[in-house]
Write a protein that binds this ligand. Sequence first.
Ligand SMILES: Cc1cc2nc3c(=O)[nH]c(=O)nc-3n(C[C@H](O)[C@H](O)[C@H](O)COP(=O)(O)OP(=O)(O)OC[C@H]3O[C@@H](n4cnc5c(N)ncnc54)[C@H](O)[C@@H]3O)c2cc1C
Length: 505
Amino acid sequence: MSQRVIIIGAGPGGLATAMRLAAKGYDVDLFEAEDRVGGRMRGFEDGSYAFDTGPTILQLPRVYEELFAESGLRLKDYIRFKRLEPNTRLRFWDDTQLDLTSNIAAFKAQLAQLRPDLPAAFERWYVEHFRKDVVGYKPYLGTPVRPVLGYLRFDELMAALPFRPWESLYDHYWRFFQDERLVYGLSYPAKYLGMHPTVCSSIFSLVSFLEFEYGIWQPEGGFRALAQAFARAAEDLGTRIHLNRPVRQIWIDGGRARGVEMADGERIAADAVIVNADFGYALQNLIPKQARGHYTDAKLQHMQFSCSTFMLYLGVDRRYEGLPHHQLYLSDHIRRHERPWVDDSALDETNPSFYVCNPTLIDPGNAPEGHSTLFVLAPIPNASYHVDWAAKQQSYRDLIIKRMALLGFDDVERHIVSETCYTAETWRDDYRTYQGAVFNLGHNWNQLGPLRPPIRSDAAQQLYWIGGAVHPGSGLLTILEAARSAAFFVGQDVPLTSMSMVTAG
Ligand SMILES: Cc1cc2nc3c(=O)[nH]c(=O)nc-3n(C[C@H](O)[C@H](O)[C@H](O)COP(=O)(O)OP(=O)(O)OC[C@H]3O[C@@H](n4cnc5c(N)ncnc54)[C@H](O)[C@@H]3O)c2cc1C
């Protein structure tokens, strides 16, 4: 008999960990509360329209290829990715438009229109980031987290110091460009780390570089197809995925995870339990009090969680040809450096920044002929700030629909056939996300690396966490890296018998 692992949740982190462990020879059962896999990425259909719900930006396809290859599979047998051009179109408060693109010559030509010295400044930034990628990616993102003191290695520190990791993203970009359009345009990925550029470490400028250097990609069939691809691969490797099977509680005894207790009271034993359910939600709902360690309710309240997102998923009876896949409107309000602008602690009802994805041009199967779907996102306070959505939802929706014209989506209201709206409360209640903080824990200095919750629980043995709350962070790319670490820790703590390795091999 092989060692049995139970995974709670079929989000990207749970599925990727299932693939890795099943490929090694573990006997994996994955329990998912909902009727489909994918977590925040699960998507939904409304009539003949199909929508992605969460991620729309796929970076570094090599991380996906590695996940499949290291599990003994080929990514292309499960899903294919298409590269986007441009990566993202930005429109600024002053009506400037800038296409972020991996065609560096074309990007520099746009910069020259803004100010003649900017192309050379960008060249310096780009060259520096080739080195930052080498020095930063593998030791900090691509390997299991070390204890704090483990980061005090002379050679690594000497290599990292020239990149001034103590600087904020704002200061970093200002030092290179002295132009706020570039400062905020290049630091837009900070938003999906739950951070304003003035409080986010400059180490995250690496994300923008990775997008320039390796592009942004779209899975064929959307991100809901990517979730299905992970699930098919996990099943092909032997994982049993149980849908509509909510776990009620993790069964912990004698300081060790023993298995799970299901909603119907059944207890299922395992040698290791991996929690992919959202960190804050799971602490409050799935972990017995004595096994929460120092993550008490009081501690949770002091941790910094990301913003939430207001979402409109629209099916419209027309196509928006010529408008790029990803577009972002950056309002003047992003330039304010005080609350509520830096921490999204109040709803911006006058001039919010927002994002629109126009996926049907590259993924025509998601809407009837001549129609399209649109994915509209505006950052909003998470549920801890108690916005009265019953009172505000309609007016906020009207505001966002009106503002879509700023990105070239004219006359949207007249063309809407299908409409679904999410607020922070939807993410909290329907997706079991603590405070509806969709990008999970913020990436402040005190919540980075070894200061994030550990993958290998320090409150109970043979209990592990996988997902956006743990190191290295809250996006798909980082969660897939974390899955590698989770499988590594399980391998150390619950080694396979030689018999199960022979079977898997
Ligand atoms: C609007 C939005 C846009 C985003 N954009 C991007 C992007 O462009 N690029 C990017 O990289 N990332 C993006 N993200 C972030 C990314 O989607 C998340 O980081 C990722 O989905 C989190 O994955 P996860 O594995 O932590 O788990 P989740 O996706 O949260 O999945 C957790 C799973 O656990 C299940 N579960 C919970 N409780 C139980 C229980 N008791 N029993 C059984 N199952 C349970 C849930 O149903 C769910 O399926 C975005 C997120 C959102 C919401």
